[in-house]
Design a protein around this ligand. Structure first.
Ligand SMILES: Cc1cc2nc3c(=O)[nH]c(=O)nc-3n(C[C@H](O)[C@H](O)[C@H](O)COP(=O)(O)OP(=O)(O)OC[C@H]3O[C@@H](n4cnc5c(N)ncnc54)[C@H](O)[C@@H]3O)c2cc1C
Length: 391
């Protein structure tokens, strides 16, 4: 009998994985709203940090790249170092869903339970479905991270994580302090400013880091999907070997090997428009009327205060399988882990047979490539082959 595979999430990883699973002749049901997190959790007007060649979903046949989409849809062709607007990437992903993975079911998976044979899934449509295998491709769902002095003000509405805001225009005329020196913080601050907010950017590091601007060859460092350096090139070319490293090294590289840094083209836009406070750590926060007074400590140990109408925490994500609330507690409890990540085998299978993880949750097994769309080219065919082989 043909195996049924349930894929949870219809972002780049879920869609690519489903396309490859179907390429193996498996019966696949994929759940989620195509490209939802790129619409709901990223700011309108954003430009992707990854270039067009690294912003491509993976399919078992040719004809499904970003360039193919642009040609078919009559959109301006994007290649080389062109910037990819998030709106174009969303249209590409949705086109990919229609053409390569027809029948994506726009429902949420509320519960995944293990049965003596296979899995039982509860959907937001009230339907209950069975599957022989489950692929978790849920992106950063549940992983948004706000550090301690700010976290207690989230419930009061004075602090929010950057992923909560898709529309910078709603902050027009407001005073916003953005915390975080990575791409989300830098680009978020620029987009808020351009939407009419009064913005300041607080960064813990003593300086901002930007990617290398394109330059004519020859290049002494190789260019890969993660950037131009020998180390990043090795991490993207040898993702399969990454899992052979000691766990502590894998965790360190998964979290730290890429970033935080801003795209080269952000530097001027940011420095022209937004006051940046470098080397500042938020050590405490207290409410004063409708504002939040932040206590900051700089690298020399000096303290000062800064008053913010609203704080946007562009403070990233922490992967914790415990935060995947749709997995039954008994499933989460028995998963072998490395840090908060699930421990995976060479085919993306967790310690629970038939339960697979891909995307960012696979970064402690296959490296930082799994945090980016470019990683679908490695992950999707490998995972699909493992499921088809029954591993
Ligand atoms: C601000 C920002 C900018 C970024 N820019 C880039 C970039 O330029 N290039 C790049 O390669 N990467 C970028 N990334 C990283 C990017 O998120 C990943 O590359 C990519 O989205 C990973 O794809 P995914 O399918 O794993 O996750 P997602 O695209 O997040 O897709 C997962 C989907 O699963 C859905 N889901 C979760 N739980 C359930 C459930 N229970 N039931 C149904 N559906 C569910 C979610 O709603 C989501 O739509 C950026 C990230 C951020 C936050």
């Amino acid at each position: 009998m043909t195996k049924t595979v349930a894929v949870i999430g219809a972002g780049p990883y879920g869609l690519s994985t489903a396309a490859h699973l179907r390429g193996h002749g498996l019966h696949v049901r994929i759940f989620g709203s195509p490209m939802a997190s790129w619409v709901e959790n990223m700011p309108a007007g954003m430009l992707l940090k990854s270039p067009p060649g690294a912003s491509v979903l993976s399919a078992p046949e040719p004809g499904f790249t970003l360039s193919d989409y642009c040609r078919e849809a009559g959109e301006t062709r994007l290649d080389g170092d062109d910037r990819v607007p998030v709106e174009v990437f969303v249209r590409y992903g949705r086109w990919f869903a229609e053409e390569a993975v027809p029948g994506v079911e726009n429902v949420r998976v509320l519960r995944v339970d293990r049965r003596p044979r296979g899995y039982r899934l509860g959907l937001s449509s009230q339907e209950e479905v069975s599957a022989d295998a489950v692929v978790v491709a849920a992106g950063t769902h549940g992983f948004a991270y706000v550090p301690a002095p700010l976290a207690s003000w989230v419930g009061e509405g004075l602090v929010s994580h950057s992923s909560r805001h898709a529309d910078p225009a709603k902050f027009a005329g407001q005073d916003v302090v953005v915390v975080g020196g990575g791409q989300s913080g830098q680009e978020g601050a620029v987009l808020l400013h351009e939407a009419g907010a009064r913005v300041r950017l607080l960064v813990r590091a003593p300086h901002l880091v930007f990617g290398r601007a394109p330059s004519p060859p020859p290049h002494w460092r190789p260019t890969g999907p993660l950037g131009r350096s020998w180390g990043l090139y090795a991490l993207s070319r040898h993702a399969a070997a990454f899992r052979l490293l000691p766990a502590a090294a894998r965790l360190h590289l998964a979290r730290r090997a890429v970033g935080p840094f801003g795209a080269w083209w952000l530097q001027q836009r940011l420095e022209r428009a937004v006051p940046v406070f470098l080397g500042q750590r938020v050590t405490a926060a207290r409410q004063d009327g409708g504002s939040l007074v932040l206590t900051l400590r700089d690298t020399a140990g000096e303290t000062r205060t800064l008053t913010a109408g609203h704080v946007m925490a562009a403070t990233g994500y922490r992967v914790r399988v415990d935060a995947l609330d749709f997995l039954a507690p008994h499933l989460r409890a028995v998963l072998a882990r490395v840090g908060g990540y699930p421990e995976l085998d060479e085919g993306f299978q967790s310690s629970v047979p038939g339960l697979y993880f891909t995307g960012v949750t696979a970064a402690a097994t296959f490296g930082p490539l799994m945090r980016f769309t470019a990683g679908t080219r490695f992950a999707a065919p490998r995972l699909a082959a493992a499921v088809a082989a029954g591993r």
